[in-house]
Design a protein around this ligand. Structure first.
Ligand code: MEV
Length: 312
């Protein structure tokens, strides 16, 4: 049996603006992951693949699936990439602890874990760059204009500074820092938030471009601070980034409440993370306030809290 895992992710700075060419920063989140398990299937013709994804109640042969299904797409793309069709029949079992439609990179992690497990099993492991570009093709099914940041941070499994269309810059974190990730419990597909921003950009291109510029400047400034280990200065930047996201219309009452709650309980900064309109928010904390912020978030309605350490 071959097993491969891929982490979740959070965007620290720059979501949405990154779709319009501005820089963004994301880190992997190891506390949640997608897992793909490949095993041999007896009594089936060669080259056949059976898929089991209990989380979405899917149990099917690959050749019976709609080729546009994201799971079918990543398996077919991966087999094409390594150019192997004549292999002993396989079962691909997929499980994930990453909440779906929550801004934590669930779709990218599923694709990355499958591409990695399949290619390792068939003796042709791929580089992070190759795995990332296969997953990127599948991200396009989820929303038409993905920037590519989700598949990149998940495939490289390192903090990345990302500008659409450029090779990612994996960078070192000068001093580790702690984030609390809190789930609003409101499922929010990325495609809906991305098209909402698109509509706003069409009706007010100048206003949106200014907001994207501000977000891009925040991400650039944050990269320098993170590299230099000047973590205490990141909080105000997170708050400024949140103001821009709010102005773009992708926050929600519940996200606002969680963000205010975290700040009042002692967090140094807080913002939504990912597409918004629901999903998760992140709060920057230290050892002194982490427990207080975590329980305040639970009382304010966060359905799930994850504590993660950002480090190189
Ligand atoms: C989603 O995690 C981040 C967005 O910026 C979309 C994208 O970059 O493709 C909202």
């Amino acid at each position: 049996m071959t097993i491969a895992q891929a982490p979740g992710k959070v965007i620290l700075f720059g979501e949405h603006a990154v779709v319009y060419g501005r820089p963004a920063i994301a880190i992997p989140v190891q506390q949640v992951c997608a897992t793909a398990e490949i095993s041999q299937l007896p009594n089936a013709p060669s080259g056949q693949v059976f898929i089991q994804a209990d989380d979405i109640a899917l149990v099917k042969w690959l050749h019976e699936m709609n080729p546009d299904h994201p799971l079918a797409r990543i398996i077919n793309l991966t087999l094409q990439e390594i150019d192997i069709s004549n292999f002993l029949p396989l079962k691909v079992k997929i499980t994930s602890s990453i909440p779906i439609a929550a801004g934590l990179g669930s779709s990218a992690a599923i694709s990355v874990s499958i591409a990695r497990a399949l290619t390792q099993h068939l003796g042709r492991p791929l580089s992070p760059e190759q795995v990332s570009s296969l997953a990127f093709e599948v991200e396009k099914l989820h929303h038409g204009t993905p920037s590519g940041i989700d598949n990149t941070v998940v495939a490289y499994n390192r903090p990345v500074y990302f500008v659409r269309g450029n090779p990612p810059e994996c960078f070192s974190i000068g001093a580790p820092f702690t984030l609390l990730i809190a789930d609003s419990g409101q499922a929010s597909p990325t495609s809906i938030a991305v098209s909402k921003v698109r509509q706003q950009w069409e009706s007010d291109p100048e206003g949106c471009e200014q907001l994207f510029d501000s977000i891009g400047e925040i991400a650039d400034h944050a990269r320098g601070l993170i590299k230099a280990g000047k973590i205490s200065q990141l909080g105000p930047l997170m708050n400024k980034n949140q103001e821009c996201l709010d102005a773009l219309g992708v926050s929600s009452d519940l996200l606002d409440r969680l963000i205010q709650t975290a700040l009042q309980a002692g967090a140094f900064g807080a913002k939504l993370s990912g597409a918004g309109l629901g999903g998760n928010m992140i709060a920057l904390v230290n050892a002194d306030c982490a427990a207080d912020v975590q329980s305040a978030l639970a009382r304010a309605g966060a359905t799930r809290r994850i504590r993660t350490e950002a480090k190189t």
